[in-house]
Write a protein that binds this ligand. Sequence first.
Ligand SMILES: *[C@@H]1O[C@H](CO)[C@@H](O)[C@H](O)[C@H]1NC(C)=O
Length: 266
Amino acid sequence: MAKLRHSRLQAKKLSTVTLVLSMLFMLTVVLLMLLGLGIFSLPINGDDSPPNDLTSYRRMASERGKGVGKRGEQWTEVLSWEPRAFLYHNFLSREECEYLINLAKPYMKKSTVVDSKTGQSKDSRVRTSSGMFLRRGQDKIIMDIEKRIADYTFIPVENGEGLQVLHYEVEQKYDAHFDYFLDEINTKNGGQRMGTVLMYLSDVEEGGETIFPAAKGNVSAVPWWNELSECGKKGLAVKPKMGDALLFWSMRPDATLDPSSLHGLQ
Ligand SMILES: *[C@@H]1O[C@H](CO)[C@@H](O)[C@H](O)[C@H]1NC(C)=O
């Protein structure tokens, strides 16, 4: 009798186990069906941010403009609102800077300025540097950099000009000027320039600053104030550092020209 009760209990236990197992099997089949039909998807890489969330956009953007070499820590700072100027640290890697320099070196020519009457290039004493133009999308590395500029400025690559590599020797300069045109010919020929990104390709011992003499606000509040040359202290100055990118806008957000964007290099 005792033996019989025992085996009945065992049978009951067994059927519960079978039931649970078969239910689990059913669930697996249903899950596989949902996956197969694309009704249900498993999270990949733990990325569960919504499609138009900015974090996923940023991750995508950084994948695209990756470029060559390892970049140092990247961060941006607002330098001024009049002009609208921002500094992006470690925008380029050392390898990219060296690549640009070596690419341009054999083709460097005396820089010119644009003639406001004819729209042609002309020699000028206000600009004594040498330089050369790269074609837009010239190669993979250039394309990567252009993409990164587009992501930084929110201006599509198609709206950008080709990169220009410039070289300033000691004593060479570009007197204070605007990057926007004030004449009709040039404004029609290619349109107005909205903003400029200056990327510094080498470190310098002294000087070489980009200066905004018409900047409003406290120009001595920049962290590198004490390291600036005497000329650099005449306005808002940016000290060149290899890989850094200075973005400034020649136009205000309402598309009017911003005279505080006056700037020079020396
Ligand atoms: C400008 O900034 C510097 C550095 O932060 C500060 O010492 C100085 O008092 C400021 N000047 C004015 C007029 O706010």
